[in-house]
Design a protein around this ligand. Structure first.
Ligand code: ADP
Ligand code: ADP
Ligand code: ZN
Length: 216
């Protein structure tokens, strides 16, 4: 299965992806996570990307397409993958189409998680992320067993710089203008599955599973 998970920042893409990759045995490709890891490793590309990210802006299309292309060519992405947070612009969607064509591959479905703006803000400012493994928590909606400590790996939880209110507002604006048009792009190809993200984690996941039934 080759899936794409879309939605505004804070929709629950990462949270739902964590379950999907385990249950459907998919290779998780999150461009946001790849940029953060690259930055932590002290790489030039990570440093360049983080300058955009901390301001709440999108990373340059060429940089982003290049890291995705490299990742898709690795053997573990040949059969099954889940792209989380990519593409985010029409240019990226077109680049992805070209990459998949080159690989004689195609998408199975595009999951679009739909969430209202007020809920997004609440989710984003309460988000906490593990420094070591990237697992995501929420101060109120999904607290870790021990405050500030990752349940999965014991790592330290932190608040992303781009999850401060100012940056979140900017990201939402960018989502509306640059990312939303992709929804029509995939709708036109008959790939789009809309999922109501304004439910519990479990209910959202159940709806996704239902929508994926019969697909392979
Ligand atoms: P969220 O889960 O809140 O939507 P991500 O972790 O997916 O955030 O991404 C964090 C940031 O990384 C984005 O706000 C953006 O600056 C950058 N980024 C991630 N994916 C892309 C992409 N496909 N194109 C451009 N920038 C990206
Ligand atoms: P995205 O990857 O789309 O930016 P995340 O999966 O990181 O979104 O979720 C954003 C924040 O909202 C996280 O703190 C997460 O724990 C929380 N969250 C995600 N889905 C739900 C949900 N269905 N109900 C309540 N909180 C949620
Ligand atoms: Zn962890």
């Amino acid at each position: 299965m080759k899936l794409l998970v879309m939605g505004p920042p804070g929709a629950g893409k990462g949270s739902q992806s964590q379950k999907l990759i385990a249950d459907y045995e998919l290779t998780h490709i999150s461009t946001g996570e790849m940029f953060r890891r690259s930055y932590e490793r002290g790489e030039e590309i990570g440093k360049k990307a983080m300058a955009y990210i901390n301001e709440g802006n999108l990373v340059d299309d060429d940089i982003t397409n290049e890291i995705v292309r490299k990742r898709l060519l690795k053997p573990d992405a040949a059969r099954c993958f889940l792209l989380d947070g990519y593409p985010r612009t029409v240019t990226q969607a077109e680049a992805l189409d070209d990459m998949l064509k080159e690989m004689s591959s195609s998408l199975t479905a595009v999951i679009n998680i739909v969430v209202d703006k007020d809920i997004i803000l609440e989710r984003m400012v309460g988000r906490r992320v593990c420094k070591s493994c990237g697992h995501t928590y929420h101060k109120t909606f999904k607290p870790p067993k021990v405050e500030g400590v990752c349940d999965q790996c014991g790592g330290t939880l932190y608040q992303r710089v781009d999850d401060q209110l100012e940056s979140v507002r900017n990201r939402l604006k960018i989502y509306e203008t640059k990312t939303k048009p992709i929804i029509d792009y995939y709708k036109g190809r008959g790939l789009l599955i809309n999922i109501n993200g304004m439910q519990s984690f479990e209910a959202v996941y159940k709806d996704i599973q239902k929508a994926l039934r019969g697909l392979r």
